[in-house]
Design a binder for this molecule. Structure first.
Ligand code: P6P
Length: 337
């Protein structure tokens, strides 16, 4: 077992990575880890608690069926963050509009948080890993007044911290503050996150490709060409690659970050802008992947350089090991592979 460094000790030891925060990072991560602990205990028994399983019978702004756990998680994370005065506003996949905290303490908060409370919620009923994704920005509007929409529409390059919590065979928090990526595994017996994956680096190359090939009929010829490339026999380039796709972006990306690989959710006839949301799925994951030494692109530029215009906008998303993404980029710019 790694030498036992707790998340709290790690943040204090690395406080210099977050120079503007006198303990504010700690308090925001305390909110996120507290909510994660509550979610961990609920997810582990979701099959036993009718209030947590199944559909709510409503749709979110995306027109997607909301699962009871989506709505529950949204409430837990928002309440935990609201209780910390550092946060002046939140944007959530489950909320059509931004949530602006107008109480006196919160309008002095310097940070906003964008969150997908439960990514992969369709997997809840079948016991497959799901997760929470979050991005933290410093507000650009003046402190002392309520946050404004522009605070939420910054490019991903402006993130001060980002991460995900994966609820799988174990519960892990993986995050970056712009100085590398570190993973913490939760020990529920004592309620502590321990540093288990220090300084995560994604392998430069890999042989796992993750895409929903069931959508192939809708894909562009370039994406079909790349999928064919993944399946060709070529020992020099370790092909055919292995197909791995479980329909939870966080779980698919977590595996590919640790083992090497590429995750693709392209634009297609079925999803003209792609499916994944830029602000609270792609930007935080792109920040982590670039910090871990990989590439995250919309096919033309880094995800982190895309200028948002809407809090729920979607983007094509290709991310993972540098060498694998470069081959895809060659295909997308119609160079030979
Ligand atoms: P499809 C889950 O709904 C999600 O947003 C990602 O977590 C996942 O990778 C993707 O959608 C799955 O979408 O169209 O392949 O079922």
């Amino acid at each position: 077992m790694q030498n036992l460094i707790t998340l709290g000790e790690f943040i204090i030891k690395n406080q210099q990575d977050f120079p503007y925060a006198k303990g504010q990072l700690t308090r925001m991560f305390n909110a996120i880890t507290l909510a994660s602990k509550v979610m961990n205990s609920q997810i582990n028994k979701a099959g036993l608690v009718d209030e947590l399983m199944g559909k709510v019978g409503t749709e979110n702004v995306q027109g997607e069926e909301q699962k009871k756990l989506d709505v529950y998680a949204n409430k837990i994370f928002i309440n935990a963050l609201k209780a910390r005065n550092e946060v002046c506003g939140i944007a959530s996949e489950e909320e059509e509009e931004t949530i602006i905290f107008e109480n006196e303490a919160s309008v002095n908060g310097k940070y906003i948080v964008l969150i997908d409370p439960i990514d992969g919620s369709s997997n809840i009923e079948v016991n497959v890993s799901i997760g929470t994704v979050f991005a933290i920005y410093r507000r650009i509007s003046p402190v002392g007044k309520p946050a404004i929409l522009e605070d939420f529409l910054q490019t991903g390059r402006q993130q001060v911290a980002a991460g995900y919590v994966i609820f799988g065979s174990s519960t892990m928090l993986v995050f970056t503050t712009g100085n590398g990526v570190n993973g913490f595994t939760y020990d529920p017996s004592i309620g502590v996150f321990y540093l288990s994956h220090p300084n995560i680096k994604i392998p430069e190359d890999g042989n796992i490709y993750s895409i929903n090939e069931g959508n192939s009929a809708y894909f562009s010829d370039d994406i079909k060409t790349y999928i064919d490339y993944c399946k060709e026999i070529d020992a020099d380039t370790n092909r055919p690659f292995t197909g791995r796709y479980i329909g939870s972006m966080i779980a698919d990306l977590h595996r590919n970050i640790l083992k090497g690989g590429i995750y693709l959710y392209p634009d297609s006839k079925k999803s003209p802008q792609g499916k994944l949301r830029l602000l609270y799925e792609c930007n935080p994951m792109a920040f982590l992947i670039e910090q871990a030494g990989g590439i995250a692109t919309d096919g033309h530029q880094s995800i982190l350089d895309l200028k948002p215009t809407d809090i729920h906008q979607r983007t094509p998303f290709y991310a993972g090991s540098t060498e694998m993404v470069k081959v895809l980029q060659d295909v997308l710019t119609n160079q030979s592979t």
